[in-house]
Write a protein that binds this ligand. Structure first.
Ligand code: NIG
Ligand code: FE
Length: 413
């Protein structure tokens, strides 16, 4: 007698998934499990079992079943560990200006950049902001993102940052995808004294933890944003309160953010475009995940092959959209994978590990999502492709046919 499960997916041309140990780094970043002619049994929103077709179909029958006729492949959902998904307006004018040679930090100095988006975010009503953010979430899901880290960061001051965190949490409660909110210290409020800002911040941090608005803090360590001194003070307090820490470092200038990352043993460091090699080795030793943004790097015409250098230094690598209105306005995750291979010299297997399990590791949710393993959340992608090697090959195209979230099937095309 076969055991019944909620959903059985069978005749899968390839099941493609990371395998422990995690995080993947160095040579193990190349390892991927491929099961040809496989099947997956799903029960109560979780992966109940998976193996070859024969084994699984002998053991189970599904209340509903999907026959992929050996034409389609299945991967775990993409985990995006770094997005600035909640904002109003857009910045196409400065996008074009930058391509004419005006720098990002120069535009920021002139009142554009993050400060423009800060204003735009609160020009629209809260209802409109929520509606716009829902649309972006849906767009990301159609590109295969099933876990979104979402940062605040476009509040004009601390109160408005709290409003953004509250909205992110509202979306987290209503949404079927997994959302991880992060409190981002992006720029100091215009004309606010550093010490007054710090006092307000320290008053509010315990409240953020208590109300479970966010367990994560990120800081933009950069000229014109947060310097090492204030960064250090925030991290010391944040760590003591139990926050997980991630940092934006070495994007436009190397001002020593890597030292803070090492001192506070953070979960992840983003950008690391200009980080010194010996610091990369230390990240690798400490399992600090390095998150890079192949699209943002293309937009800023960075030298290629940085991804390869980071991997060769032993850092567990993650790739992400960095979706935001300034430096990376796209949620097309398969495109990010293509670019990571074309420009950053990753192999396709490295790109898959960097889009799934290592990103989950950066968010400390790798026991729950990021790979196809028993008892993990059934967040899966069914591609209308017969080989995982075709994902980067069809550049900019989207062959995702179904996104399965928590065991529920959502049709994309
Ligand atoms: O990750 N560099 C800081 N934060 C974003 C950009 C935000 C913006 O320009 O609006 C980033 O690139
Ligand atoms: Fe960012």
């Amino acid at each position: 007698m076969k055991e019944s499960v909620d959903l059985l997916i069978y005749n899968i041309k390839e099941i493609v998934t990371p395998e422990p140990p995690y995080p993947k780094k160095g040579k193990t970043l190349k390892d991927i499990l491929v099961i040809n002619n496989g099947a997956i049994a799903i029960k109560n929103g979780e992966i109940y079992d998976f193996s070859t077709n024969e084994k699984i179909r002998d053991l189970y029958r599904g209340d509903s079943e999907i026959d992929l006729k050996n034409e389609n492949i299945v991967l775990p959902g993409f985990i995006d560990p770094h997005t600035h998904l909640i904002f109003g307006g857009s910045r196409e004018e400065e996008f074009l200006l930058r391509l004419q040679g005006v720098s990002y930090l120069e535009i920021q100095k002139r009142g554009g950049g993050i400060n423009k988006t800060r204003k735009d975010t609160f020009l629209i009503s809260q209802e409109k902001l929520i509606e716009e953010t829902r649309k972006k979430l849906n767009s990301g899901i159609s590109y295969g993102i099933t876990t979104f880290e979402i940062k605040s960061g476009y509040g004009l001051d601390i109160d408005k940052e709290l409003t953004l965190l509250e909205i992110i949490n509202k979306l987290r409660e209503e949404s079927f995808v997994k959302i991880i909110p992060t409190f981002l210290l992006h720029l100091l409020p215009e004309d606010e004294d550093k010490n007054i800002f710090l006092k307000k911040l320290f008053d509010i941090l315990p409240y953020i933890i208590e109300k479970n608005l966010s367990q994560n803090i990120d800081i933009f360590i950069e000229l014109g944003a947060f310097d090492l001194d204030i960064g250090d003070k925030i991290l010391e307090r944040g760590k003591n309160l139990g926050f997980n820490i991630s940092l934006h470092i070495d994007q436009f200038n190397n001002i020593g953010g890597a030292d803070l990352a090492i001192k506070y043993n953070v979960n992840s460091v983003s950008h690391i475009d200009l980080t010194d090699e010996e610091k990369l080795y230390e990240f690798g030793e400490k399992n600090i995940v390095g998150i890079i943004f192949p699209l943002e790097r293309l937009i800023f015409s960075r030298e290629p092959k940085r991804g390869r250098e980071i991997i060769d230094s032993g850092v567990p690598l993650s790739i992400s959209t960095d979706f935001n209105p300034g430096t990376s306005p796209s949620l097309n995750f398969p495109l990010i994978i293509s670019l990571s291979i074309i420009r950053e010299e990753l192999t396709i297997e490295e790109a898959i590990n960097s889009s799934t399990i290592n990103s989950a590791y950066a968010l400390k949710i790798h026991n729950e999502v990021g790979s196809i393993e028993k008892n993990k959340r059934a967040d899966l992608l069914i591609f209308d492709l017969d080989s995982y090697k075709k994902i980067p090959y069809f550049v900019g195209m989207n062959f995702i046919k179904y996104v399965i979230i928590n065991g529920e099937v959502k049709r994309v095309v």
